[in-house]
Design a protein around this ligand. Sequence first.
Ligand SMILES: [Zn+2]
Length: 501
Amino acid sequence: MSITIQFLGAAGCVTGSQFLVTAGGSRVLVDCGMFQGSPEEVARNRLPFAFAADDLDAVLLTHAHLDHCGRTPALVKAGYRGPIHATRATVDLAEIVLRDSAKLQVEFTERWNRRHARDEEPPAESEAVAEEVDDEALPDRMRDAPPEGRTETREPLYDEKDVDQSMQQMRGCDYGDEVAVAGGVTAVFHDAGHILGSAIIELRVADGDQRRTIVFSGDLGRDESPILRDPTPITAADAVVVESTYGNREHAPHDEAIDELVAAITEVSEDEGVLLVPAFAIGRTQEVIWVLDHLVREDRIPRVPLYLDSPMASRATDVYYDHPETYDEETKQLLDSGESPLKYPGQEFTDTPDQSKAIRHAKRPIMVVASSGMLTGGRIMHHLKDFLPDPKCTLLFIGYQGEGTLGRHIQDGGKTARIDGQEIDVRCRVRVISGFSAHADQHELEAWLAHFGRNGTDGGAPKRVFLVHGDPDAAEALAGRVRDMGMEPHIARHRETVDLA
Ligand SMILES: [Zn+2]
């Protein structure tokens, strides 16, 4: 009898989630994520898979962030033709994320081959990773180094056709459904509360008369976050694979974040200025709009016009509208009473680059939400040229700023910013709100783990808790807590195989 799990990504780092479970003759892959961050990590995306793609029976995706689903089309390109199971909302969001990623892969490869043909330095590997990332899942290293010793021309990791094929293989399910995914293997997707559609996956595997339940936390959200239901408490498992992004840190309370947001808006309103919010398209943007709408309805902020200046965020917001089955009670009740909690009153979507540039002439005060979230490109760049030198404006960071990015430089107090070869003075106010995290902190991870064994189920508490998706310090800290809770922690190593028999 043999039930094993192999850690093929997000082990010892925060990206590239990929876990292979084998039970008897069945082989199931949980997540197929892109590596992001350092050049060494990004280069792993181009390595062959550690198994024969056509040997897999099923792929399960926890959620639509690129570091959890981004290599799926590469797997399909390598010959995988079986089902890809995810919640229906994840399937819809993944399509946006994967198409954006494919476009970038193709553009990057053309650039790479062009420079290669001219014997010039190739573009940095990190340019091949789309900007729509889980910012908090990025390691603290974003700097590039040119790849060495490459002599061949390249083909893209995948393209639009591979995404088309992947979408045909996607099978959407609902939370709580018991899905038969392979011989002797069933999966149940539970709310993870991280982004729309995100799931904790409970995998029940059997080999002969031997049975095991393995619970994958995916990325765990927070109880206080609006729109989505809280992470589901699970009470029984033989093994748990848990993320540890913030295994060594506590977040500021959500209320504090909201008070800081109120202060920033009030200030800009009184000054007739501009509040510029760099944001990623999926998750944080919709949460902040929900909060803004809430604050207007409660009369806590003046009704400052809002521009949502990101076509990808608009598309993601449409997917949020399409999946009310995932909303929490509060958001459902608001909808039932005729409110539209995912829309800020009178918000403007700007479709074209010209509409985006015209924002500079809008009557102030205004709020602008634009990407990219770390100021590494996108429409936010021309807004920065307009608003950074203006003391009546506020640049408000609500997401993590990776080291080496323009966002980190300004957050750290940089007095000038280099944009398109120009030095721009930073005279605007710079504010940082850290409480809008989409990941559980140490205390919340501990609280979720504490549910195991609580309902009196025989053997409910897992024998082993595997820690993944965390930098070494974070994983170590959480391992200490797990040990204190009477469970056996195990910090997963890259490519390690563990026998669960
Ligand atoms: Zn995520």
